[in-house]
Design a protein around this ligand. Structure first.
Ligand code: ZN
Length: 98
């Protein structure tokens, strides 16, 4: 598998580190059910068959954090975005990210 880093171009998977599901967001500590939310955040994950948004780190390259949309059934990558841009879009509410 190869990932096209926005800064470095297409690179081998060996240069990247996988950091998990990019669709989850850290719960609010002040919520009345914060403990339940944190339990779900840490331990309860889906195992989707099909397109999935994942967090990757270009460890042996530019050190960029990336959100990669990859089909888990065939490993085809449809999009690679800078995690910073995804976070800014999420914060501004311009992009639904679930
Ligand atoms: Zn890079």
């Amino acid at each position: 598998m190869r990932i096209k880093c926005p800064y470095c171009g297409e690179r081998s998977l060996d240069e990247f580190a996988y950091y998990g599901d990019a669709t989850v967001t850290r719960p609010n500590l002040d919520a009345p059910d914060a403990m339940d939310q944190f339990t779900a955040y840490v331990y309860e994950r889906t195992n989707p068959a099909g397109p999935h948004r994942e967090l990757w780190y270009h460890a042996a390259g530019c050190h960029a954090w990336l959100v990669v949309t990859r089909d888990t059934t065939n490993h085809k990558i449809s999009t690679v975005e800078l995690a910073r841009d995804v976070a800014l879009q999420r914060a501004s509410g311009t992009k639904g990210d679930a």
